[in-house]
Write a protein that binds this ligand. Structure first.
Ligand code: S3P
Ligand code: PEP
Length: 432
């Protein structure tokens, strides 16, 4: 589906969708338990892949129409061997978390996904499972899905690089809690995307599972049970999704008006750094942390340097802000952002260039030479990547004329009603 976004002004209130990262973990943690209710879940293409996986392992995820919770029947730490291939669709989180879960089952699980997911790196996690006594293979021998994973593992110590994906560590910690011996994860290289492991530790704690940071990395004792207080878990709002709404307010709020985003309670999400990034760029932004509201008004922005080592998912948003800001925005420490649904460093460089921006791409640095007046509506490609689509839509709000984004339907991965929300804020959005 093509989406046309014309230069427009925005105003009003919007609610952030629930966090994708917390929802994945809560659904799987509920699967590892005897059963739990997950309140305010994100229901999107990616989280549905995790729901299907819990079903495949012998649990059941029930979603009653009109209810704001999922009723998860767990497999109580002992996943069945799935009766069929697990399709993780576009979701890296699902594939990594499910790979480690599959290593607990007494048999072989087969995991696959769409063409994007089948091109993303899984090798370090497969090696980790091998060294824990399981067997994990890429069917094509290239470290990518389809994957065949044979368990059961009983735990142990494993070394893994920290600079490819933090999801490997999340996966091992979540599975490790229900192994006999537990799992110690030693990091071979500096951890990127570290706040995502903090999210994992927060969710594990809420499910009554102990895990900790160690000098070498992380450790989770075995023989534990997942059991959330009162049998339920509540998912907070998603700061990565909020970043598009806040960016839209900063670059396109109507004069003397504002955009207010609700659902912004503080949590372990590294992507709440978007508030600080916008502030440093000169945005008029205020975060009422107690009530979970962020208010932003239109301001002239200036380029800044941003290290996205902890916050890879903010790169597309910051690249768009950089194209609109005055001066250079240097996005550094971004090599791991190339291993996402698409190579987002090069995707943003190419697509913003089509809109008239000037961009310099290096392996680990993206520099956007900002100039709002240079931005013109163009036909751009969302690269079948939800974050590229949403970031280009924000650029479309300020570009002269109309921007046509191919693949608008991919917002379904993390923010299914993104274009309705943007339109309700007053943006001129049309589906073709
Ligand atoms: O664990 C998670 O929920 C995620 C971790 C990050 O991936 P990496 O750890 O692969 O950088 C992030 O980019 C992804 O959107 C969600
Ligand atoms: C990279 C992302 O997710 P995943 O790794 O789960 O595909 C994302 O949501 O930007």
């Amino acid at each position: 589906m093509d989406i046309e976004v014309s230069q427009s002004r925005v105003r009003g209130r919007a609610r952030a969708p629930p966090s994708k990262s917390y929802t994945h973990r809560a659904i799987l943690a509920a699967g590892y338990s005897g059963g739990a209710l997950v309140y305010d879940p994100l229901v999107s293409a990616d989280t549905k892949a995790t729901m299907r996986s819990v079903d495949a392992f012998g649990g059941d995820v029930d979603r009653e129409a009109g209810e704001n919770h999922l009723d998860v029947t767990g497999f109580d730490g002992r996943p069945d061997v799935p009766a069929d291939v697990i399709d993780c669709a576009n979701s890296g989180t699902t594939m990594r978390l499910v790979t480690a879960c599959a290593a607990l089952a007494d048999g072989i699980s087969i995991l696959t996904g769409d063409s994007s997911l089948r091109s993303r790196p899984q090798g370090p996690l497969l090696d980790a499972i091998d060294s824990l006594g399981g067997r994990a293979e890429s069917t094509r021998g290239n470290g990518q899905a389809p994957l065949a994973v044979k368990g059961p593992i009983s735990g142990g110590t494993v070394s893994i690089p920290g600079d490819v994906s933090s999801q490997y560590i999340t996966a091992l910690l979540m599975a490790g809690a229900v192994t006999e011996e537990g799992i110690d994860v030693d990091l071979e290289t500096e951890l990127k995307s570290a706040p995502y492991v903090d999210i994992t530790l927060e969710v594990l704690d809420a499910f009554g599972v102990d895990a900790e940071k160690t000098e070498q990395g992380f450790s989770v004792p075995g023989g534990q049970s997942y059991d959330p207080a009162d049998g339920e878990y509540h998912v907070p709002g998603d700061f990565s999704s909020m970043s598009y709404l806040l960016a839209a307010g900063a670059v396109a709020a109507a004069d003397d008006d504002e955009v207010v985003v609700a659902g912004a309670q503080p949590s372990a999400q590294g992507d709440s750094a978007i508030v600080d990034v916008l502030e440093r760029m000169g945005a008029d932004i205020d975060w009422d942390e107690d009530n979970g509201y962020i208010t932003v008004r239109h301001s002239d922005l200036s380029g800044v340097e941003v290290d996205v080592g902890d916050t890879p998912d903010l790169l597309p948003t910051i690249a768009t802000l950089g194209a609109i800001a005055d001066g250079d925005t240097r996005i550094v420490n971004c090599e791991h952002v190339r291993y996402k649904e698409t190579d987002r460093v090069s995707a943003m460089a190419d697509e913003l260039t089509k809109m008239g921006a000037t961009v310099t791409e290096e392996q680990d640095v993206l520099t956007v030479h900002g100039d709002e007046s240079a931005l013109e509506g163009a036909a751009v490609d969302g690269r079948a990547d939800h974050r590229i689509v949403m970031s280009l839509a924000v650029a479309g709000l300020v570009a002269d004329g109309t921007t046509t984004i191919a693949g608008g339907e991919h917002v379904d991965v993390s923010f299914p009603d993104f274009f309705d929300v943007l339109s309700d804020l007053g943006a001129d959005v049309r589906r073709q």
